[in-house]
Design a protein. Sequence first.
Length: 116
Amino acid sequence: MPRTDVTQMSFAKLYPLLVAKAGKKGRTREEVDQVTAWLTGYTAQDIARMERSDISYGDFFRSAPAMNPHRVLITGKVCGIRVEEIQDPLMREIRYLDKLVDELAKGKSMEQILRK
């Protein structure tokens, strides 16, 4: 069975999984929206609108209004792979968000997560 490319998957299906992952550790949807907004430049309203649309996960990142220049400070492993070593630029952006949500779930402060 062919593996589905995450970039082709629906944002509306994947984003709630990030929210649920953070929620299991006592973090809120607002916090997930905040780190997503920091990374991509979308507002919480933009994110909510996209969850009601049929935009793909890849297009969500490709269409981001303002990728944060400080995202290069995000380092560490996601799924056993160092995010800073991911060659595919789109996949690296996707994994940056995964890493931010992981940090939320691990209880890091918002200041640490947002690289302040």
